[in-house]
Design a protein around this ligand. Structure first.
Ligand code: T1G
Length: 655
């Protein structure tokens, strides 16, 4: 069965009088120009050859079509455009059926929608994730999806950008069938359609929707948008589909797509998209194979340790948790089991998977059981003496080829490694709390860490579904060092006249879920206080130092958990506390500072500057490999709004 080549990435072959068109454009069959050109040529060919009864479109490899080629954004457009390809498919005189072998995302889902029929294979998924890129679907998704699945479901899918699996797609009416051999079934469907009027998606009347349900779905999307433009525009366009003609809807969609595509917000989210694909790529690890891991030891099953255990168990590993006493071990097991329960309740884990996780969990006070571990992660109290002593003991318990990882946030992992006989097997794995939820893991490449240990730590983090960012050794690594820098500037502005609530309001208006003083209260003020006290002896006496936070701690104001910090929580809600205002005014008076006002723009500008300057220092010191890594750390670990691209991206834009 010879294949006809329609372009460098599109070929076709006849099966049972049906032209099977395969898109083969590694790595994800994105609809690059040659794909679009090949598809149109294939349809022209199929219509021209009388013996061809129908067309089936499918993807090579494990993806159907991963969407438009994002790398083409901002480049001069090449004909045909994607909407023209959709038009060509939908108006084809012969049946066109999509055999969806894998992910059909964005433009890939729109191709399937423009077809006259869709068969999903077991590995198929369908999604219009454009809002995650700060845009809206630009090739008919907002107009054709509601015609197939209704307005409410379309608002949910397009507004959230989430993908649906075959069963849900069938229930929604998005596909005509599910088949293990999606290609043969699609060919059959196309042949069956040949003699019948074609069901053109664009011609389908949208079923009336319950107005209240539409409002609820809309509100849900807008609540999550946090000021981003694309989700609101996506909802507007989907709702328009029930009021306007297909033509008008498509025209509005295209104009909106182009406007958003060229926006700063979309550029920021594209930056984040490609940054995530770059993160964890380390040149020196080219060709270095990670070690095989099966059993993971976790020392300390408190809040952080239990979260790490859950992330590790749900990734399929065996876990040996170790505690100081059997009572503490029993509590640790209950803590892990409790987090698994919550994960089941949230629908992110099945009951069966939960039982399987617990079957792979062993929590004990017998450290000897760590001898079976391939990797041991310590998550004990962040104290140097405690950790070095722990590693010294572990050195004599675990196998010589086992890896030792520290979850320290602020201590120097080189000092911890130096306490062992094999510092080359020590690496930092800095998780963020709650560790079973937060995607970010700072993988700390210590001075002695061997390449295959680093490669193994990276592979382990990816297997947990985490976003690993490699960094060198410095106090606070990338995230906490930048956090300290911008907290310092925030405190400077408070001492100079800004109220903590002003600073927080400015950051929240910019897109942070919470302002820095609110985050400070949530994390607890005592950790940073302890560190400031440790640093007091070596602090540069000429450097500006704000004592307000020290005064708050001396007054027992350690944050939300103590009911008061920068704010008062005694009413259950966060409230400005006149006692704090008094402490601030006293501090100003002591330094003879005449308070002045700050605009929100000045506050945000100053803090972005502080973050970017510290980021630049981290790059200059070689602690961070690339500025996009720094953006990922601040977005995934410190609430920096992704649609602003991160502090380094934002600084470049305002430069
Ligand atoms: N365009 C260009 N490159 C892409 C790409 C795309 N759409 N998707 C992935 N890549 C690259 C990626 O950078 C990486 O490159 C490699 O492929 C493997 O990616 C009109 C306009 C499909 C689920 O948002 O979600 O359609 O680092 O590591 O884990 O409405 O990629 O190797 O050099 O992620 O197997 C909408 C984006 C576009 C989906 C596969 N589509 N992609 O995951 O591989 S906008 C999306 C993904 C659109 C229309 C609009 C995932 C994937 P490198 P990977 P993966």
């Amino acid at each position: 069965m010879s294949a006809t080549r329609f372009s460098e990435s599109v070929s076709g072959s006849i099966r049972d009088d049906v032209l099977v068109v395969t898109i083969d454009n590694a790595p994800v069959n994105a609809t690059s120009a040659h794909v679009r050109q090949g598809l149109v040529k294939a349809l022209d060919h199929a219509e021209a050859v009388g013996t061809v009864a129908g067309i089936v479109i499918t993807g090579a490899g494990r993806t159907f079509v991963g969407g438009a080629d994002i790398r083409e954004f901002g480049k001069p457009p090449v004909e045909p455009t994607l909407p023209e390809v959709m038009e060509r498919i939908e108006t084809c005189g012969k049946p066109v059926v999509a055999a969806v072998n894998g992910a059909a995302l964005g433009g890939g889902c729109e191709i399937a929608l423009a077809c006259h029929g869709r068969i999903a294979g077991g590995a198929a998924s369908f999604g219009l994730p454009e809002v995650k890129l700060g845009i809206v679907p630009g090739a008919g998704g907002t107009q054709r999806l509601p015609r197939l699945i209704g307005i409410v479901a379309a608002i949910d899918m397009i507004g959230s950008g989430r993908a649906v699996k075959p069963d849900d797609a069938l229930k929604l009416g998005l596909v005509d069938g599910i088949a293990a051999d999606q290609l043969s079934t699609a060919i059959e469907l196309a042949r069956g359609m040949a003699a019948k009027p074609l069901r053109r998606t664009g011609g389908i009347q949208i079923a009336g929707a319950d107005a209240a349900a539409v409002e609820i779905a809309t509100k849900k999307v807008l609540a999550k948008a946090r000021g981003q433009a694309a989700p609101a525009e996506a909802v507007r366009l989907v709702r328009k589909a029930s009021e306007a003609s297909l033509e008008d809807g498509l025209a509005d969609e295209r104009a909106t797509f182009i406007r958003l595509r060229d926006s700063r917000e979309a550029a920021a989210l594209r930056h984040v998209f490609f940054a995530e694909r770059q993160a964890g790529k380390v040149d020196k690890l080219e060709g270095v194979a990670p070690r095989k891991l099966e059993t993971i030891g976790i020392v300390g099953t408190g809040l952080m340790g239990a979260g790490i255990a859950v992330a590790t168990l749900t990734a399929g590993y065996r876990v040996v948790g170790v505690e100081q006493t059997e009572e503490a071990a029993a509590r640790g097991r209950v803590r892990v089991s409790g987090i698994l329960d919550k994960t089941v309740q949230s629908g992110r884990l099945t009951d069966a998977a939960r039982s399987d996780c617990l079957a792979r969990l062993d929590v004990t006070a017998d450290t000897g059981r760590l001898a079976a571990a391939d990797l041991v992660i310590e998550a004990v109290f962040d104290d140097l003496t405690v950790k070095t002593e722990m590693f010294r003991r572990l050195d004599n318990i675990v196998r010589p080829d086992a890896i030792l990882a520290t979850n320290t946030s602020y201590l120097n992992p080189d000092e911890i490694a130096a306490a062992t006989a094999h510092p080359d097997r020590v690496v930092g794995l800095h998780f963020f709390s709650p560790a079973n939820v937060m995607r970010l893991v700072e993988v700390v490449d210590c001075n002695a860490t061997s390449p295959d240990v680093l490669a193994t730590a990276l592979a382990f983090a990816k297997k947990l579904g985490k976003l690993p960012v490699v960094c060198g050794v410095t106090e606070g690594f990338i995230g906490n060092r930048i956090f300290s820098a911008y907290r310092r500037d925030a405190e400077f502005m408070v001492e100079d006249g800004a109220a903590p609530a002003d600073v927080d309001a400015a950051l929240e208006a910019y897109g942070f879920p919470m302002g820095i003083f609110t985050v400070y209260d949530m994390a607890g003020l005592e950790i940073a206080w302890a560190r400031r006290k440790r640093q007091a002896a070596t602090r540069d006496p000429k450097a500006r130092y704000v004592e307000i936070a020290d005064r708050l701690c001396e007054a027992g104001r350690f944050g939300r958990k103590s009911g008061r910090g920068w704010y008062d929580y005694s009413s259950g809600e966060k409230a400005v506390d006149p006692d704090v205002t008094a402490v601030i005014e006293a501090a100003r008076l002591a330094k003879g500072i005449v308070p002045r006002s700050f605009t929100a723009d000045e506050i945000v500008g100053r803090l972005l500057r502080a973050m970017a300057d510290e980021g630049k220092a981290l790059l200059d010191e070689g602690i961070a490999t690339r500025s996009s890594d720094i953006d990922l750390v601040m977005i995934n670990g410190y609430g920096f709004p992704a649609h602003k691209g991160g502090p380094m991206f934002a600084a470049e834009g305002s430069a």
